[in-house]
Write a protein that binds this ligand. Structure first.
Ligand code: SAM
Ligand code: SF4
Length: 335
């Protein structure tokens, strides 16, 4: 793009969608090995392949200057990366200066130590993944995890003043009988709950079709017990929200496979290596770190313009495809 003058305006893609939401995977590493997310023997990037915290912050800055109002830190497990709290503090300084919200998705294992610092950095809401509250099941699903640490982490987050939304991946034969108890527990604790369909991302060494539980069936079951009122809330992603009237609970349903909500997509995803993925369900990407290192902010802005031109119209997920629709794991681009 020699000689090209990068634009400095809003990020609008070739389909007229305004990009206002950035998810940043700060590391591909994790201290758990959830069966639907990772293989048991995962290979991670060598530390030298990761962007520095300063580089991530520079890229976040450029996005905010171009109209991004929400940033979510994710992973892998964001809180296992040294420097994650520094990054949250640095990005947090943009709050009130274009950035409206800084959030985090975490497995909760390190929240006991880190929830207070996140709140001080300006984080107000976090998502915590919790697929089961039963110790043996939790260990089975995550292959290694201790649910008591996660539950203590959730309590620490609440004590630090963070609003907690629980993310639960609905898994046929593994935790479907815990959906109603989880609804009740979240309602009692004051947490929102989002149920997620498994997505065919990356080889995990297991067959996801066995575990795929379509959420329209779950919704029908819930409607037999509770009054569900559809809420108008939209986040620009695949989540749709209902209120479970009898419990006073806001319930999200993420159904990328049974429904396709790409027309309202407002987001892009940055990996820990600096690759900007333009759709969770496709391979299209632009190397922002290379642009930053080669030409600083000007080259970064030009790369963002190229990214907008390259963003695909829709994902290509199919649960019954012979191979995962996308070879990379969810932990590379975050949820
Ligand atoms: N480690 C953090 C956590 O678990 O919350 C953040 C990263 S994790 C990749 C983000 C979310 O993606 C989690 O809620 C997780 O349950 C979900 N997830 C991972 N792999 C998935 C898959 N193949 N299909 C659907 N959701 C998945
Ligand atoms: Fe780790 Fe989150 Fe993937 Fe589970 S879902 S293995 S906690 S990155």
């Amino acid at each position: 793009m020699a000689g090209a003058v990068p634009s400095s305006g809003s990020l609008i893609d070739g389909f007229g969608r305004r990009i206002t939401y950035l998810r940043i995977s700060v590391t591909d590493r994790c201290d758990l090995r959830c069966r639907y997310c990772m293989a048991e023997e995962m290979r991670f990037l060598p530390p030298a392949a990761l962007m520095t915290v300063e580089e991530i912050a520079q890229i976040a800055d450029a996005f905010v200057a171009r109209g991004v109002t929400r940033i979510r830190l994710t992973g892998g497990e964001p809180l296992v990366r040294r420097g994650a709290l520094d990054l949250a503090r640095t990005i947090g300084r943009q709050l009130g200066h274009g950035l409206e919200e800084l959030t985090l998705t975490t497995n909760g294992t390190r929240l006991v130590d880190q929830a207070g610092a996140l709140a001080e950095a300006g984080v107000r809401r976090i998502n915590v993944s919790l697929d089961s509250r039963d110790a043996d099941r939790f260990r089975h699903i995550t292959r290694t995890g201790d649910v008591s640490r996660v539950l203590a982490g959730i309590a620490a987050a609440r004590d630090a003043g963070l609003a907690v939304k629980i993310n639960m991946v609905a898994l046929k034969g593994l935790n479907e009988d815990e959906i109603v108890p989880m609804l009740r527990w979240c309602a009692g604790e004051g947490h929102d709950l989002t149920l997620i369909e498994t997505m065919p991302l990356g080889d995990t060494g297991e067959d996801r079709t066995d575990r795929y539980l379509p959420l329209d069936a779950v919704r029908r079951d819930l409607e037999a017990r509770y009054t569900l009122t559809t809420l108008p809330d939209r986040t620009g992603g695949p989540a749709r929200y209902v209120r479970v009237e009898e419990l006073g609970l806001k319930l999200g349903l993420i159904t990328p496979l049974t429904n396709n909500f790409c027309a309202g997509c407002n987001r892009v995803r940055l990996t820990a290596e600096g690759l900007l993925y333009l759709c969770l369900g496709r391979e299209d990407r632009i190397d922002l770190r290379a642009a930053l290192r080669a030409g600083g902010r000007g080259a970064l802005d030009a790369a963002l313009d190229r990214a907008m031109a390259a963003k695909p119209e829709a994902h290509a997920f199919r649960i019954d495809a012979p191979r995962p629709a996308v070879a990379r794991h969810m932990s590379v681009t975050g949820g």
